[in-house]
Design a protein around this ligand. Structure first.
Ligand code: NAP
Length: 253
């Protein structure tokens, strides 16, 4: 399972969407640490993406920044073609980029629905559609899609977000069935409450309320998610596909 260098992902080419911050940054660092050349995608926050790359390189990993909007099919296709033109392949796709635009349903505008679905769900379609062309030819690929605990539990104020994340689960399972014969594994991970920019605006009272419902007694960190993702794309998970792996401290069972 390990390569001669002792790094499990040596020689692999990876793309992490939304790798500039939070969970995506931790995943990019982890994959690069395991030996993958890691493309770090972002949409507008170049400074944060550069910081991810600095951390990657500081730990002896290799990677490059790659800016595109996951909701723009042509931009995604061009970016992934660029990766394969340069590196000859794309082995690992982590569909992590996502946004929340929370509001109670009666105040939710159709534009909000479109925005959240376009980035969170169509973004995953766009990246999978572009990368699987190459993975099918290679007869090897690993795709991890970032869903959420609220895809299953639902949440007040998150109709659009939880719908987008529930859609990712259906996409993941159907794609796993289609691509299994080509040795492409497609899985989803469903984090609970993870401390990132996405959750930073939740006040102490709200945080305490959630923590009270978590059997492990704490909120999660980006590293809690990154370790599981690194496992799922490694040789130790070669027989896992079409699954949703929950990383939530027991918040939802
Ligand atoms: P975050 O800190 O807000 O980071 C979001 C990332 O997505 C950034 O890198 C951002 O890039 C990128 N992004 C946003 N829109 C994009 C677009 N149109 N195209 C390309 N990249 C885009 O979020 P996070 O908490 O790490 O969340 C990462 C993923 O985990 C998301 O899919 C989220 O839904 C999911 N998740 C998070 C939690 C949680 O508690 N935090 C729980 C469950 C699931 P820029 O820096 O350029 O803006």
């Amino acid at each position: 399972m390990e390569t001669p260098s002792g790094k499990s992902l040596d020689g692999k080419i990876a793309l992490v969407t939304g790798g500039s911050r939070g969970i995506g940054r931790a995943i990019a660092v982890e994959l690069a640490r395991a030996g993958a050349f890691t493309f770090i995608n972002y949409v507008r926050n170049e400074e944060a993406a550069s910081e991810t790359l600095r951390i990657v390189e500081g730990r002896g990993g290799r990677g490059r920044l790659l800016s595109f909007d996951v909701s723009d099919f042509d931009a995604v296709q061009d970016a992934i073609r660029g990766i394969t033109d340069e590196k000859g392949r794309i082995d690992i796709l982590i569909n992590n980029a996502g946004i929340t635009l929370n509001n109670i349903f009666v105040r939710t505008k159709p534009e909000t629905w479109d925005n959240v679905i376009n980035i969170n769900l169509k973004g995953v379609f766009n990246c999978c559609r572009s990368a699987t062309r190459y993975m099918m030819k290679q007869r090897w690929g690993r795709i991890i899609n970032m869903t959420s605990v609220v895809a299953l539990s639902g949440n007040v104020g998150q109709v659009c977000y939880s719908a987008s994340k529930a859609g990712i689960i259906g996409l993941t399972k159907s794609l796993a069935r289609e691509l299994g014969p080509r040795n492409i594994c497609v899985n989803a991970v469903a984090p609970g409450f993870i401390e990132t920019d996405m959750t930073v605006s939740i006040d102490d009272a709200g945080r305490e309320k959630v923590t009270d419902r978590i059997p492990l007694g704490r909120t999660g960190t980006p590293d809690d998610v990154a370790g599981v993702v690194a496992f799922l794309v490694s040789g130790r998970a070669d027989y896992i596909t079409g699954q949703v792996i929950h990383i939530n401290g027991g918040l939802y069972m």
